[in-house]
Design a protein around this ligand. Structure first.
Ligand code: SF4
Length: 90
């Protein structure tokens, strides 16, 4: 199960279009050069749909929404989490 969703901007990919700030002004503002500043990376549930829309609208895929995953859940499905007998079967 996933936890809260956080917003992240890839500063290398971002081209400063400012579209994300227009679509989600509650969480994203722009600095003096027009590049986004994410005020609070955690997206409140009420803004989740609009945050996902802003992510989809970014023309260079620089804005991402990621679900925070707890350490236990992050390991589920990984090779280390499988019983040894399921690894390297010939
Ligand atoms: S829409 Fe994408 S490219 Fe434009 S400012 Fe936001 S993150 Fe940067």
């Amino acid at each position: 199960m996933s936890g809260p969703v956080t917003l992240h901007v890839d500063p290398v990919a971002c081209r400063g279009h400012g579209l994300c700030a227009e679509l989600l002004p509650e969480l994203v503002t722009v600095d003096e050069w027009g590049y986004p500043v994410v005020a609070d990376a955690r997206v409140p549930p009420a803004l989740l749909a609009r945050a996902r829309r802003a992510v989809r609208a970014c023309p260079v895929l620089a804005l991402r929404a990621q679900a925070e995953v707890s350490g236990t859940h992050a390991r589920q499905g990984s090779r280390a989490a499988r019983p040894p007998e399921t690894r390297h079967k010939m």
